[in-house]
Design a protein around this ligand. Structure first.
Ligand SMILES: *Cc1c(COP(=O)(O)O)cnc(C)c1O
Length: 418
């Protein structure tokens, strides 16, 4: 069966909008990412990109190297545990960890945290102490001199993330002595979606230099150094994951210089990734509900809008869709605005998107590279449409079909009679 036929069959069976996740492609991404790195590296999968349990489980297990879980909420913790992750090996991150979630995470066995500030570290320590535990903490650093030139810059400017590097020397005595915590290392995350390998290498080199300097300033040995990520994958557009053929040698050289014992595990090393691991395993199938012209522009209205995909990224994102093969070679195409079903002009998936000229109601479109930042990064509840179906396949066979449900639950209030 051809790919378009297969997609049409799935859309017929399970309805649209529908996310299709192919675990064989996910395996390829995991294998590639480990392949770009020195063998000693561990990879944390950031569940933020897609917390679907089947994907999390596939990244953890199976053939090849296993990804650890990086989480930022108790919801993601539940997904990681359901996927079989050992809580003691999960990394818990985020700038606003509440006492309640810390209590729950420590109660469930999480022992490794990224601390974003002295206050955050103290909260982690208090929660650990209350349960007679010691929390291993990575200090997340906002390096004053981060030099990311591509992607989304995360450090070097004022943010809620990390401890300003220039304050570390003064803070060190207090950071070292928070009851219930043990400083285990450093966490730096300076960019996302780096499509330029040289820029990524430069950033990692810089990060390794910074970490070596900070180790001296803090006066504690690094056991684990998480140098962040930035591995790129296209988002809702055609294209392939970025290749990093020179990364491994560059990292080895930088580490040999700054951390001569790294091959013996001092420090242990890690990177983290979301989109690279899951982005290209996903395809979003949607149906055309209507085609109309308005003031000379053609609008193709789909049953999937920013409630299904891309709610996070706002307006005007261009999402080229793959086209149905026309009879007898290349079908004629035309450029249209792709709109979703919501009652807001913000529900536009793309302008000037090339689609088959005869695309009409009932036809399907497939949007590639939608495995990361899909349903859970969308405005799922806005205007009250059902969440998309999510279908997972392995070796061409459907292994699960699911849908996120939202329900409002009431609790009794004073004065209420039953
Ligand atoms: C979002 C995030 C990631 C994942 O980013 P990708 O661009 O999807 O790889 C990793 N680490 C941290 C700290 C993050 O906030």
């Amino acid at each position: 069966m051809t790919e378009p036929d297969r997609l049409r069959e799935l859309a017929d069976e399970f309805g649209t909008p529908l996310y299709l996740y192919d675990l064989d492609r996910l395996d390829d991404a995991r294998r590639d990412l480990f392949g770009w790195l020195p063998e000693e590296f561990e990879v944390f999968y950031a569940l933020k990109a897609n917390p679907h349990v089947d994907l999390v489980r596939a990244l953890r297990g199976g053939e090849g190297r296993t990804c650890r879980a990086e989480i930022s909420s108790t919801g993601e913790l539940a997904a990681a545990l359901e996927a079989g992750h050992d809580p003691a090996r999960i990394l818990y991150t985020g700038p606003g960890k509440t006492p309640g979630e810390l209590r729950e995470a420590i109660g469930l066995g999480v022992r490794l945290f990224s601390a974003e500030s002295l206050g955050d570290l103290e909260h982690i320590g208090a929660a650990a102490l209350a349960q007679d535990a010691v929390a291993e903490c990575l200090l997340r650093i906002n390096d004053a001199t981060a030099q990311a030139a591509t992607g989304v810059r995360m450090t070097g400017r004022p943010t809620q993330f990390g401890i300003d590097s220039e304050t570390l020397a003064d803070l060190a005595p207090r950071l070292r002595s928070v009851p219930g915590t043990s400083l285990a290392g450093l966490h730096l995350f300076s960019q996302s979606n780096a499509t330029d390998e040289d820029a990524l290498i430069a950033e990692f080199r810089h990060t390794i230099d910074v970490a070596a300097r900070i180790e001296a300033e803090l006066g504690v040995p690094l056991r684990l150094l998480d140098i962040g990520g930035g591995f790129a994958s296209p988002y809702g557009q055609h294209g392939r994951r970025t290749a990093y053929p020179n990364l491994r040698a560059a990292l080895e050289a930088a580490l040999d210089t700054r951390f001569p014992q790294w091959r013996q595990g001092t420090p242990r090393l890690a990177v983290e990734s979301g989109r690279y691991l899951v982005g290209d395993c996903g395809t979003l199938l949607a149906s055309v509900t209507n085609v109309k012209t308005g003031r000379g522009r053609t609008f193709v209205v789909l049953d999937a809008g920013i409630n299904t995909f891309g709610g996070l990224s706002g307006l005007g994102r261009i999402l080229p869709v793959s086209v149905r093969p026309g009879p007898g070679g290349a079908a004629e195409t035309r450029r249209v605005t792709l709109a979703g079903p919501l009652c807001t002009p913000g529900d536009t998936l793309g302008r000037d998107v090339e689609v088959p000229a005869d695309l009409g109601p009932g036809d399907r479109v497939a949007i590639p590279n939608t495995g990361a930042y899909g349903p859970t990064a969308s405005l799922l509840m806005f205007l009250g449409r059902p969440a998309p179906a999510e279908v997972v396949v392995r070796d061409g066979d459907v292994v699960s079909v699911s849908r996120i449900e939202h329900v409002r639950t009431y609790r009794k209030v004073a004065g209420e009679h039953d």
